[in-house]
Design a protein around this ligand. Structure first.
Ligand SMILES: NC(=O)c1ccc[n+]([C@@H]2O[C@H](COP(=O)([O-])OP(=O)(O)OC[C@H]3O[C@@H](n4cnc5c(N)ncnc54)[C@H](O)[C@@H]3O)[C@@H](O)[C@H]2O)c1
Length: 437
C-alpha cells in the first residue's frame, strides 16, 4: 500500500461559479437540480456514476468513485455566475432550447432564483455579441477587483465553504501568449495599463486564481494557459485545468483514432464538418472566434498518431475541420467525418461517421465532473495544472516540456490512477502479474 494524500473532507457547501449562463451552464445547473429532485439520472458523469477497480481482478473490489474519494454531494452545491444578458437561469435555459419546457417547469422557482452578476465583457474579444449587463471600470485591474468582490460576496451570502470557477462563456478571438503574459508582474502591470492582450476570460481566471479558487477553462480561447497565471496558481494553491471541453466530434475522434493507431491502420485524410445552430455556433461564425476553435480541434490527431514515430502511416494526413452555422438545428449538432484509411500493402478503405449529437447534453456532465474533481484536487493540496483531468478537454493543458496526452483511454487510466494515488491504493498497470508470480 502506498501513502495516501491527506484529503480534507467535503464539508459544507460548494459554490460553482460559471462565467456565461448560456446553453452549457444552464443545462448543467438545471440538470443538477433535476437530478437532486429524482427527475433524471446523472448520465455521462464519472464522478456520479463511475466506478474504480482496486487491487487484482480477483479481489472483486470496484467501489463507486463517490464512495472511494470524498466528493461534494449534489445537495451541497450552490450555483452562481455572470452573463452580459440579464435573463435569470430559467429564462436563459428556455432561450438555449436544450431541455424540455416540461422539465424546466418542474424546477422553475429554483432556476429563476439564479440571476447573473454583471459581466466583464468587451466586444473586441467576441464580435458577434453585445449585452447590457456589463461592468464599468477604470482599467482591467479595477474590473478584476470587482470580480473578486463578487466572488467574496457570493461565498458569504450563500454560506459556502469552498468555491470553484469555470469559464463557460462564448469563444473569444484567437490570441497567443504575449509579453504581458510572461510573468505575474508583467500581467499585473498589463491589467493596470489595459493591455489589449488581456481578454475578459483572463481577467476572470486571474480573479479566481488570485483568490486561490480552482479554475477551469471550458472554452478554446486563451485564458489561464499563460506563465503569469501558472506563477500565481503556485503562490495561491489553485488547481486549474482546460481547455475546451471534449464533446461531439472531437470526443469521437479521440475514441476512433487510438483504435486505428493501435492496429497500425494508416490514415491519409480526415475530413470533419458539422452544422450547429445555437449561440455558440453564431459566435463561431466569426472567423476570429472560429480560429480559436479550429486550433483547439486540430491538435488531437497529431498527438495521437505521432507521425514522427510512424511516418509511413500518418506523415501527411490531410486534416480539415469545418463548422457551419445553421440556425434550424439549434443545439442539436450534426457532424460528418470522412476518414480515408489504408491497410495491408497500402490498400485504401473509408470510414464514415454521422453523429447526431446534442452539444450541451454532452458538455453538462463534464462541467459537473470538472467542478467536483477540481474541488477534490484543492482539498488534496494539488495545485497548478491538473493534467489528470485531460480526459475532459480537447486541448489539455500540460507542462511546457511535455506533449499533451489526447488518447481518451490513456487519459481515463491517468484519471483513475490519480484517484488511486490520492487514496494510497496500488496503481493499476494492467500487467496481469498473477500469470507470472
Ligand atoms: N456545448 C459544447 O459541447 C461545448 C463544448 C466545448 C466547448 N464549449 C464552449 O463553451 C462555451 C459556452 O458554450 P455555450 O454553448 O454555452 O454557448 P452560449 O452562447 O449558449 O453561452 C455563452 C454565454 O456566455 C456569455 N458571455 C460571453 N462573454 C461573456 C463574458 N465576458 N462574461 C460573462 N458572460 C459572457 C454569453 O452572453 C452567453 O450567454 C463556448 O465557448 C463553447 O465554445 C461548448
Amino acid at each position: 500500500m502506498n501513502t495516501a494524500l491527506p484529503l480534507a473532507p467535503a464539508d459544507g457547501k460548494l459554490g460553482i461559479l460559471l462565467v456565461g449562463l448560456g446553453a452549457v451552464s444552464t443545462t448543467t445547473i438545471a440538470g443538477v437540480m433535476a437530478i437532486r429532485k429524482g427527475l433524471a439520472k446523472p448520465i455521462g458523469s464519472l464522478a456520479e456514476m463511475g466506478t474504480v477497480r482496486l487491487g487484482k481482478r480477483s479481489d472483486n473490489r470496484s467501489p463507486s468513485i463517490r464512495e472511494f474519494v470524498p466528493l461534494a454531494e449534489l445537495d451541497d452545491i450552490v450555483f452562481g455566475g455572470w452573463d452580459i444578458f440579464e435573463d435569470n437561469c430559467y429564462e436563459a435555459a428556455k432561450h438555449a432550447g436544450v431541455l424540455d419546457e416540461k422539465l424546466l417547469d418542474q424546477i422553475k422557482d429554483e432556476l429563476s432564483g439564479i440571476k447573473p452578476m454583471s459581466a466583464v465583457f468587451d466586444r473586441h474579444y467576441v464580435k458577434r455579441l453585445d449585452g447590457p449587463n456589463v461592468k464599468k471600470g477604470k482599467n482591467k485591474k479595477d474590473l478584476a477587483d470587482q470580480l473578486i468582490a463578487d466572488i467574496r460576496k457570493f461565498k458569504a451570502d450563500n454560506n459556502c465553504s469552498r468555491l470553484v470557477l469555470i469559464w463557460a462563456g462564448s469563444t473569444e478571438i484567437f490570441l497567443t501568449p504575449s509579453a504581458c503574459h510572461a510573468s505575474l508582474a508583467t500581467f499585473e502591470k498589463g491589467l493596470e495599463d489595459n493591455d489589449p492582450a488581456i481578454s475578459p476570460s483572463q481577467i476572470y481566471a486571474y480573479a479566481a486564481i488570485k483568490e486561490g479558487l480552482p479554475y477551469a477553462n471550458a472554452a478554446p480561447n486563451l485564458s489561464a494557459e499563460v506563465p503569469a497565471l501558472s506563477e500565481l496558481a503556485l503562490q495561491t494553491g489553485s488547481p486549474y485545468c482546460g481547455s475546451d471541453m471534449k464533446t461531439g466530434q472531437t470526443l469521437i475522434k479521440t475514441i476512433i483514432a487510438p483504435g486505428l493507431k493501435a492496429r497500425l491502420i494508416g490514415v491519409a485524410g480526415w475530413y470533419s464538418t458539422n452544422i450547429l445552430g445555437n449561440r455558440d455556433g453564431e459566435v463561431l461564425d466569426d472567423p476570429e472566434s472560429f480560429k480559436s476553435k479550429e486550433e483547439s480541434k486540430k491538435g488531437a490527431l497529431d498527438y495521437i498518431f505521432q507521425p514522427h514515430l510512424y511516418p509511413d502511416l500518418y506523415k501527411d494526413i490531410s486534416h480539415v475541420v469545418r463548422i457551419n452555422y445553421y440556425p434550424p438545428r439549434g443545439d442539436n449538432k450534426e457532424g460528418w467525418d470522412n476518414i480515408d484509411i489504408f491497410g495491408w500493402l497500402g490498400y485504401p478503405m473509408q470510414l464514415k461517421i454521422n453523429f447526431l449529437c446534442r452539444d450541451s447534453i454532452l458538455a453538462a456532465p463534464i462541467v459537473l465532473d470538472v467542478a467536483l474533481f477540481l474541488d477534490l484536487s484543492k482539498r488534496a493540496g494539488l495545485k497548478g495544472i491538473q493534467e489528470w483531468l485531460s480526459f475532459y478537454f480537447k486541448s489539455p493543458m500540460h507542462a511546457p516540456d511535455i506533449y499533451p496526452e489526447h488518447d481518451l483511454f490513456i487519459q481515463l487510466m491517468k484519471l483513475k490512477n490519480t484517484l488511486r494515488y490520492m487514496r494510497g491504493e496500488e496503481l493499476i498497470t494492467h500487467l496481469g502479474r498473477e500469470y507470472y508470480d
